[in-house]
Design a protein around this ligand. Sequence first.
Ligand SMILES: Cc1cc2nc3c(=O)[nH]c(=O)nc-3n(C[C@H](O)[C@H](O)[C@H](O)COP(=O)(O)OP(=O)(O)OC[C@H]3O[C@@H](n4cnc5c(N)ncnc54)[C@H](O)[C@@H]3O)c2cc1C
Length: 450
Amino acid sequence: MAPEHGAKRQISMVGGRPSARQAVGRLVSRNGKAKPATYSAFGLLRHGLSQHPWPRVWRQHELASSYDAVIIGAGVHGLSTAYYLAERHGISNVAVLDRGYVGGGGSGRNTAIIRSNYLTPEGVRFYDRSVALYRNMATDLNFNVMFVPRGHLTLAHNDSSLRTMRWRAEVNKLQGVDSEVISPAEIKQLVPFIDISPRTRYPILGALYHPPGGIIRHDAVNWGYARAADALGVEIHQNTEVTAIHTKAGRVTGVSTNRGEVAAPIVVNCTAGWATLIADMAGVRLPIITHPLQAAVTEPVKMFLDAVVVSGSLHVYVSQTDRGELVFGASTDAYASYSMRGSLEFTEELAGHVLELMPSISKMRVLRQWSGLCDITPDFSPIMGVTEVEGFLVDVGWGTYGFKAAPAAGEAMAQLVATGRTPELIAAFDLARFSEGRLASERGAAAVGH
Ligand SMILES: Cc1cc2nc3c(=O)[nH]c(=O)nc-3n(C[C@H](O)[C@H](O)[C@H](O)COP(=O)(O)OP(=O)(O)OC[C@H]3O[C@@H](n4cnc5c(N)ncnc54)[C@H](O)[C@@H]3O)c2cc1C
């Protein structure tokens, strides 16, 4: 499979079309670029006094019979791809189709951990680009996404995981990413409530400390991208299920939906847990298995936990939100399924493992738990780029770690659509790596840490 996808001819035609939908009333022009109208204290006061309803953050549209590109999935990946297509490349005759609602998949169900301390140089470079885009996102989208780089700790409970942490720290440093292995005493300074005594079942021997890691508000990211993409002329169609993908002579020609037929020379699959079902419609096989992943949140308490704490051996991680709730997560459920239901086994196991780390929080009550779907690849790295069907592109395989990746993935996928060339940043994550035997294994850095 060539890194340049064969749809280049079609794509450059796409790039040349005038973006008629850019004439949206709510746009303001700044430095020659269209941006969504700003939220301001004055606007808040005016709306409060006048009782005028706020405009819809993104609009509803009739489904057109054709678009320059159709993106399936209005999660953070579909939305960021659409946003960067419009913002960077002026391609806004784009429809984002979702059978549910914006952020209804993993993008509204994740635990919002952001980090770039991966294991492979390709992975570290890629996720670091995303962290950089997250840092400026609130300004770029004019939407408060509440990114807080509180620091991320991955605990090591045995010699082999300590060795992996050292390995990751060295790879990170070589890529310019701030990571180092710290001692139990240093961990205790960062997380005073953690039990570092040697009498625990899994004593803590050290941790990989990654100061730029942190948490964000996932809904705000989804809504910020949706709002900005809409303002640039992209159409977001909720309750629009793709039921078939059409191809002719080896290239994609459009999709069928529950609201009618849509022709498009480019179709991008951004459906995460449902990715193989969509790829099957185009006759493309993906090495992905879908597993549920559960999480839980407690009642809010006074702030006491600054860093994000992850333990691979205990299959658990914990962070505290700005509202004071503790957010817990674990590894994926052991079985493949499309079910998004919580289970009692999960909560019981989670509670046991969390209390091994922080016995003093035993009185806290869990308020709710939930589940989402994760599209797991054999090497715990994503699949991005071209497929054997011309014009049918994939941005999938995001497993338990895809939220943090969305800005860099969307930026790169938009570049691929606009130029026909696979950006260097994502070249290692192509589909062909599985048939050519060059995996990008992130197993040691992606399984529980998210
Ligand atoms: C509990 C949990 C915790 C997580 N924690 C983290 C974390 O801390 N950090 C991190 O980086 N990642 C985390 N993840 C992973 C992350 O949430 C996902 O990788 C990411 O959100 C995937 O985004 P997406 O846009 O690709 O897919 P999704 O957000 O899943 O969106 C896919 C969309 O496709 C739509 N769709 C499906 N089929 C069709 C169809 N036929 N037609 C139209 N639309 C369709 C769905 O309705 C859905 O809205 C977590 C996931 C879960 C479940």
